[in-house]
Design a protein around this ligand. Structure first.
Ligand code: F6P
Length: 358
C-alpha cells in the first residue's frame, strides 16, 4: 500500500477540523507516512497545477489545533460529478480528479466531511478504486451512526453563550428574545443549547407547533411574575402552515434563514410582549473548538489513520455510546440523524417545563 496519504476537509467548515488534521498527521508520521493536505475540498485537485501542501507535525506545533476554520480551505458547492465551469456549464470532472490523485501517488484518503460530502466521496472512491476513510464533522450533528460529529459541541457552546448574553438584556427591557440557530433539517443545536441556556420555548423542525401554544407559555411566564422569555428556533422550522423560510444568495443558491423574524412578529402580536430577534448564523461555525471537539477530533483522527494502516477502507470513524467504532460509509449516508422526538433529551426539556409549542 502507498505510504503517501491525503487528507482534506469537505463541505461547510466548523470548529475542530484543524485538530482532526493534527491528530491524523501525528499518527501517520509515527508510522513513517507522508501526509498531503488537499486544498479547498477535493476541488484543489482540479486546478492546474493541483493545489495541495505537505503536512508535517511541525505545521501543528502552535496555534493551529486551537483555531476554527480549516487551514486547507473547503467548499460545499464543488461537486466533481456536476462541476460548475467558469462559463456556467456543468461538467462531470470525477475522472480528472481520480487521475490527479493517482498522479500524486495517493491511494489512501481521509475525508473530513458531512453526509453530503460522504455521498459524493462514496461514488468517487468506488469509481477510482480508492482507499477511503471518513471522519464525520458538522455543526448540525446530523450524520447517521455516530453520536457526535466534530464541530457540533462548539456550535452548541456558542448558541448557549448567546442565550446567556440575551437573558440579561431581555430581563432589562421586559422582552421576548428569539434566537435563530443553524442545524439544517435537524434540531440538535436548538434542543441542546435551549436546555443548557435556559430557553422557555424550543422550536425544532421535528416537532410541529402552534403560535397559540407558544403564546400560552409566554403568558404563563408573565402571570408568574417573570418579565422576559427566551425562545430558540432552529433555522429549518417552518410556519405552522408549512411555509419554508429561505435566503436566496447571489448565483441562486438557497439556505435556510428568516423563520426567527417571522416568529418575532407573531409572538409580539399574540402576547403583546416587545420582541427582538437575533440570527446567530456562521458565528456558530467560526469559534475555537471546545475541549470536547478537540478530544473527539483527536480520537477520530487517530482512528482514521489506524484503519488505513490495517487496510480497512470504505468506513467512517464514529463514536457510539462512548466507544470509538467504524461503520460502512454506505450505512452512514442512508439517513440523516434528526432529533428523536420521543428521546431522552426531548423528555428532559419537557420535564423542565420547556415548551415545544405543541
Ligand atoms: O451544514 C452546516 C451549515 O452551517 C448549516 O447549519 C447551514 O444551514 C448551512 O451549513 C449554511 O451553509 P453556507 O455556509 O453555505 O451558508
Amino acid at each position: 500500500m502507498s505510504k503517501r496519504i491525503a487528507i482534506f476537509t469537505s463541505g461547510g467548515d466548523c470548529a475542530g477540523l484543524n485538530a482532526v488534521m493534527r491528530a491524523a498527521v501525528l499518527r501517520a508520521d509515527a508510522l513513517g507516512w507522508e501526509v498531503i493536505g488537499i486544498e479547498n475540498g477535493t476541488a484543489g485537485l482540479l486546478d492546474n497545477p493541483p493545489r495541495y501542501k505537505v503536512l508535517s507535525p511541525d505545521d501543528f506545533n502552535g496555534t493551529v489545533m486551537r483555531m476554527g476554520g480549516t487551514i486547507l480551505g473547503t467548499t460545499n458547492s464543488r461537486n466533481p460529478f456536476a462541476y460548475e465551469m467558469p462559463d456556467g456549464s456543468i461538467k462531470d470532472r470525477s475522472d480528472e480528479l481520480i487521475s490527479a490523485l493517482k498522479a500524486l501517488d495517493i491511494e489512501s484518503l481521509i475525508g473530513i466531511g458531512g453526509d453530503g460530502s460522504f455521498e459524493i466521496l462514496g461514488r468517487l472512491v468506488k469509481q477510482g478504486g480508492l482507499n477511503f476513510v471518513g471522519v464525520p464533522k458538522t455543526i448540525d450533528n446530523d450524520v447517521h451512526m455516530t453520536d457526535f460529529a466534530v464541530g457540533y459541541d462548539t456550535a452548541v457552546a456558542v448558541a448557549t453563550e448567546a442565550l446567556d448574553r440575551l437573558q440579561p438584556t431581555a430581563a432589562s427591557h421586559d422582552r421576548v428574545m428569539v434566537l435563530e440557530v443553524m442545524g439544517r433539517d435537524a434540531g440538535h443545536i436548538a434542543l441542546t443549547a435551549g436546555i443548557a441556556g435556559g430557553a422557555d420555548v424550543i422550536l425544532i423542525p421535528e416537532i410541529p407547533y402552534e403560535i397559540e401554544k407558544i403564546a400560552e407559555k409566554i403568558q404563563s411566564i408573565k402571570e408568574n411574575g417573570r418579565n422576559f422569555a427566551l425562545v430558540i428556533v432552529s433555522e429549518a422550522v417552518r410556519t405552522p402552515d408549512g411555509k419554508k423560510y429561505e435566503v436566496v444568495y447571489h448565483g441562486g443558491e438557497t439556505r435556510y434563514g428568516g423563520i426567527g423574524d417571522y416568529l418575532g412578529v407573531k409572538i409580539a402580536e399574540a402576547t403583546g410582549f416587545e420582541t427582538r430577534v437575533t440570527v446567530l448564523g456562521h458565528v456558530q461555525r467560526g469559534a475555537e473548538p471546545t475541549y470536547n471537539d478537540r478530544l473527539l477530533a483527536a480520537v477520530l483522527g487517530v482512528k482514521a489513520v489506524e484503519l488505513l494502516a490495517e487496510g480497512t477502507f470504505g468506513r467512517m470513524v464514529a463514536v457510539q455510546g462512548g466507544d470509538v467504532v467504524d461503520v460502512a460509509i454506505e450505512d452512514a449516508i442512508k439517513e440523516c440523524n434528526i432529533v428523536d422526538v420521543n428521546g431522552k433529551r426531548v423528555h428532559t426539556a419537557r420535564s423542565l417545563g420547556i415548551s415545544f409549542g405543541d
